[in-house]
Ligand binder design. Sequence first.
Ligand code: NDP
Length: 336
Amino acid sequence: MPAAISLDECRALAFDAFSRAGVCRAQAEETADHITRAEADGCKSHGLFRLPGFIASVRSGSADPQAEPEVVDAAPGLVAVDGRRCLAPLSIARGRVLLAEKTRSQGTACMTIRNSLNFSALWPDVEPLAEQGFVAFTFVNSQSFVAPAGGTTALFGTNPMAFACPRGDGRAPMIFDQASSATARGELQIAARDGHEAPPGAGLGPDGKPTTDPSEILQGVQLPFGGYKGSAIALMVELMTGGLSGGCFGYESKAAYKGDGGPANTCQSFIAIDPVRLAGPGFPAHVEELFGRLLADGDARLPGDRRLANRARTAGEGITVEDTLYATVRELAGRA
Ligand code: NDP
């Protein structure tokens, strides 16, 4: 029987668990908030499910729970962040302030982050930029789990990217947020836990043969979505993250990984653009015309609409947490 809790309780449990593990207030607040936003939007694979992993990375010494990220004003349009092995939500929050300032003042800016432990969903990272009126991209790599198209050896991370577009009239931004692997790793872990099959094409077993058994894929390799096209996106994400930040590519993250079940040392990058500087004040109305045409066509919907519907529902109803996970989280928070 899943436990029913409010979003405030979710945030408090996560914050207490981090504090009890010795995580400083700033990292604990940002990461607890990130987890709660994932739960609020119905993204179970990146909500409380990730809490034990984050704490494992603190206990193993992979994460530095007291680290304060270094934010460098690298050039007029560039921000370079060294997370110093903090939990990623803090390095993102710290760097985003300068990224937004630069985008506002000159129309566009780019930010890289290295040495930051990320295994979260990405839409919460770009949503605050779109809420300030900016179009925004973000890219994150992970330790390598995914073989390139045609290969059988893990080279790329599951390498998600998210894109956000602001909307007029107080509407929430349109955001898509997707892994470049055929299936997010968290989804495979949940499928293995719950005894479900993985979708065909998700990966290969340790014998290099295609399988739909999620446990076999977790021991073998995942595959990119869409064959060589997804493989090219995964390659781009490696270059935009490990390459541009001067941090780790996915295989370098994996080589340094302590096997603690938490996030590896990964990299992220952002591009933010003020669309009104390019398209003029008609941008929001023009965008709505496009969205309207899409929505008028059969069952087509905008990416993110499912999440936003969940958000509207959980704001009143709260969330449910699978019972074993709830017991673990309560124990970590000192409330067993
Ligand atoms: P999904 O395939 O579930 O969804 C990808 C995107 O497609 C979402 O924006 C979703 O919107 C949208 N979408 C889904 N169905 C439709 C539809 N019928 N019409 C229009 N849009 C649709 O995501 P993934 O499994 O690829 O990734 C899940 C999460 O895992 C992401 O948040 C990602 O950032 C995270 N991740 C994090 C990693 C890390 O290391 N930090 C690594 C890999 C993944 P909606 O949400 O509204 O359904």
